[in-house]
Design a protein around this ligand. Structure first.
Ligand code: TMP
Length: 236
């Protein structure tokens, strides 16, 4: 597979064309941002960990029946994925109150929610990814009603599978963000990444943060926490 011109530079990843129009290469960097790009830094080694961990989760989810864009891990930082049209929604599933949910609704961080819940943000940096509801997503033409139902079904299924899998490794899945894409034939697939950048992971004994909140909140120790998650998932 030949790596060709860069198509897109995101906040933490770069996307390159290949000699196959249906495939692209994602390259994970150590760049970290928060507050919609206002806070910038690096988490040493993060690109390697996110690439390998995300691929590990994608392979697991594929096996369990969730279609994903994953094709093949090419190197420590590079992965071959199916080219998709990203549905401009950040799909957030929560099991425990934290972050913006705690702030918005005045709920103490760590409170278990009565049910697992889902919310959508409109992926638009200029607008700061505003929270939207199902009707807004349809009114804006971001996806069809049928696609939205598929996305919700997949998101909750991913939650069930990941929650169970991670708990066995001593990790509580507090919340996470997913993105979905559309293949040329219209199939909805899980896209982007699943990593400590996009999930809140708490140690099940101590409730210590094992995720990007250490960077977002200037708590320190992000590198070690990412390594620890990698060690528990992949035994290294
Ligand atoms: P929040 O509590 O800040 O809304 O975040 C909820 C979850 O979504 C958390 O696991 C972090 C993740 N997330 C992203 O991956 N990207 C984002 O831009 C935001 C706002 C949250």
């Amino acid at each position: 597979m030949k790596k060709m011109e860069m198509l897109y530079q995101g906040k933490a990843k770069k996307v390159f064309a290949t000699d196959d129009p249906g495939l692209v290469i994602v390259d994970y960097t150590d760049n970290a941002t928060a507050l919609n790009g206002l806070k910038k830094g690096t988490i040493e080694g993060k690109g390697v960990i996110n690439n390998r961990m995300s691929n590990h989760m994608m392979r697991l989810l594929e096996q369990k029946g969730i279609p994903t864009q994953y094709v093949e891990e090419l190197s420590d930082r590079e992965t071959l994925v199916k080219k998709v049209k990203i549905v401009p929604l950040e799909v957030i599933v929560r099991n425990i109150a934290a972050g913006s949910f705690s702030k918005r609704y005045g709920v103490e961080e760590g409170k278990e929610l009565a049910i697992s819940t889902i919310e959508f943000s409109y992926k638009n940096d200029d607008l700061g990814d505003p929270l939207i509801n199902d009707y807004h997503a349809l009114a804006l033409g971001l996806c069809t009603a049928e696609e939205l139902e598929t996305i919700k079904k997949y998101a909750f299924a991913v939650n069930d599978m990941m929650k169970e899998y991670l708990l066995k490794l001593g990790i509580i899945l507090v919340d996470f963000k997913l993105e979905f894409g559309k293949l040329p034939d219209g199939t909805i697939v899980l896209a982007d990444e699943i990593s400590p950048d996009t999930c809140r992971f708490w140690d099940s004994e101590t409730h210590a943060h094992l995720d990007k909140d250490l960077f977002r909140r200037d708590l320190g120790g992000a590198e070690d926490a990412y390594q620890e998650v990698m060690r528990r998932l992949m035994g290294e």
